[in-house]
Design a protein around this ligand. Structure first.
Ligand SMILES: [Zn+2]
Length: 62
């Protein structure tokens, strides 16, 4: 059984399974971008990749 969902950030198909740890996002990058929009909305269009967010410092949500 394979279910795919569109990434909320880039609309790429994301497999809804344990193989997609960043679901519903396609990648950690898209997840960070989405989470960062609330404080970085001025940059989200011109700079889709934010160098100010270290990839390993995302606190767990749960
Ligand atoms: Zn994406």
């Amino acid at each position: 059984m394979s279910i795919t969902v569109p990434c909320p950030n880039c609309a790429a198909p994301v497999e809804w399974s344990e193989h997609s740890p960043w679901r519903p996002f396609c990648s950690e990058r898209c997840r960070l971008i989405d989470l960062g929009e609330w404080f970085n909305e001025n940059h989200r269009i011109s700079e889709p990749t934010d160098p100010g967010i270290p990839p390993q410092q995302t606190p767990p949500e749960h």
